[in-house]
Design a protein around this ligand. Structure first.
Ligand SMILES: [Zn+2]
Length: 307
């Protein structure tokens, strides 16, 4: 399989059988030329459509980090969106926002309250109906390319946790650039996790906690994928890093103006002693990240379209 970032066809196994869907196993491979990590084989368009039913939004608790599913967890998402809106207010305080992968519309609803004109694109029919009914939002149901927006139609394009789900990130970013005005702002948030130094550490930490709370199996089993076989579906087709996002943005004529990183504490409940311990670990890691400028787990790039 050809690397989407550099075009090389040479790669090596990175994590074997990390995902499985309908009796098919999926590996992660690493490009030998640029180091980019991606899933192999690539799930087909039909397979991907099947993976994003209502169940995805009900069951997907941020890979088991959260007690509640998407529908009942608006507050959690609101905290993250506040950060993005605070940054946007400083960079571009007004204008038209397009959110690609607008899910149930939590971000667009908040952005509209903050004074922006808002529009969304979302592949899940269920999520589109939810955002139309709950918030009365204008959302196109389908892929970005099929929405046929005019060149330079938006001042801001936001894609939060969506780039890792699309088949062709290069095409996606180039399309995001096309619909942006010159000097428009592209906000792109991706997980930087399995290929980060954090992953072995988290697997070690949470691998220990399975003895304390056997209820939170999803996340804990996910952490043990190498030992116990694939649990999760191939939702994430690409594993980004600081340098791969930089390369993607540069190749598409963007200039990076800000990089943020968050490491969110899980809402899962262990015994109170363990909760205190987990909380202390997260707070310490966040402090270390701040002091040493380490960025991983969730990275958000703010980039300006230069031409
Ligand atoms: Zn490559």
């Amino acid at each position: 399989m050809r690397c989407n970032l550099c075009g090389s066809e040479r790669n090596k196994m990175f994590v074997e059988r990390i995902y499985s869907f309908k009796n098919k196993n999926y590996n992660l491979v690493k490009c030998l030329k640029c180091g980019f990590v991606f899933v192999e084989p690539m799930p087909s368009a039909n397979e991907r459509r099947e993976m994003y039913s209502e169940k995805y939004f009900e069951d997907n608790k941020v890979s088991g980090f959260r007690e509640k599913g998407y529908k009942d967890d608006e507050e959690f998402y609101a905290d993250r969106y506040k950060l993005i809106l605070n940054n946007l207010r400083k960079i571009k305080p007004s204008g038209k926002i397009l959110e690609i992968g607008s899910a149930g519309g939590y971000f667009l609803n908040m952005a509209r309250d903050a004074g922006y004109e808002v529009q969304g694109v979302e592949i899940s029919k269920w999520a589109v109906d939810f955002s139309r009914k709950k918030f009365g939002l204008k959302v196109f149901n389908g892929e970005l390319e099929n929405a046929k927006f005019l060149d330079g139609n938006f001042n801001i394009v936001v894609a939060g946790n969506v780039l890792e789900h699309v088949e062709n990130p290069m095409k996606f970013i180039s399309e995001a650039s096309r619909v942006l005005q010159k000097n428009g702002v592209f906000v792109v948030e991706v997980p930087y996790f399995i290929n980060s130094p954090y992953f072995p550490f988290a697997r070690f930490l949470f691998g220990k906690l399975i003895h304390v709370n056997p209820e939170n199996k999803e996340f804990l089993e996910f952490m043990k994928i190498n030992k116990y076989g694939a649990i999760s579906l191939p939702y994430h087709l690409y594993e980004f890093s600081l340098s791969s996002i930089r390369d993607y943005l540069k190749k598409n004529g963007f200039k990076i103006i800000k990089i943020d990183s968050t490491f969110t504490e899980p809402s899962l409940k262990y015994s109170s002693a363990v909760n205190l311990f987990v909380s202390a670990v997260y707070k310490s890691v966040n402090l270390l990240m701040k002091v040493f400028g380490i960025k991983f787990c969730n990275i958000t790039f703010y980039a300006k379209k230069m031409k």
